[in-house]
Ligand binder design. Sequence first.
Ligand code: GLN
Length: 263
Amino acid sequence: MSASGGAAGIVLLYPDLLGTYGDSGNATILAQRLRWRGRPAEVVTVLAGDPVPASADFYVVGGGEDLPQSLAARQLGAVQGYGPLHRAVDAGAAVLAVCAGLQILGTSFVGPDGIRAEGLGLLDCASVQGPGQRAVGEMVVEPDPSLGMPVLTGYENHGGVTTLGNGARPAGRVRSGVGNGDGTDGAVSGRVIGTYLHGPVLARNPALADHVLSSVLGPLEPLDDRDSDALRVERLAAARGLASASAPSTPARGLLGRALRRG
Ligand code: GLN
């Protein structure tokens, strides 16, 4: 493992199943932020059916449609209850999971047949189909104070809602958008972080990338993040604009949601 001097291992899990929303970029960001600091990093892409190495430092799981989401959960050992991702987490690896990734890391979610499916149980949360329309649009999240980072931005596109148990805390409170569906977003337990934020979320929120990296590697040298800060400022302003232009109960969904549905 990199903590002892070798290249940091970053596993990008199943981009062929969970690659619909560009979340594979999160692996690129983790690697690049290490390389900018002069630290070697290696991204290992694991496709469906490939063996999953359990000895990497970081695992990135993205969002996707309901069927590939179920396949990914099964391949990661959701039915057996213990698989390579469980081994990696027990060995000290960090995991960032987005949307479908968040849902399959929880205890259960709803499969494409509408039936409850087993999750990996790495996060104490359960997901079901939401009562209304899909949540689609820009999202702004006030991160949990323990994460010690500025407001997070991203976008969401999901039908599921997620309820946390006592063993996880939310990644933050939703300022704009839907997230878990109860005013919170995501789930955090130790080095495992799940969120509904796409973006890729680590490109839009470098502080979150560094949080993931330093949760395994310890404190890191600061980087010049002026470019990505400019993107954050622009996206926050966009989310505010959408919020003031749409219905008060679902602030950021209206305009962008309609634009996305059109095409
Ligand atoms: N299929 C899940 C849902 O709709 C996750 C979607 C996603 O990953 N964007 O809730």
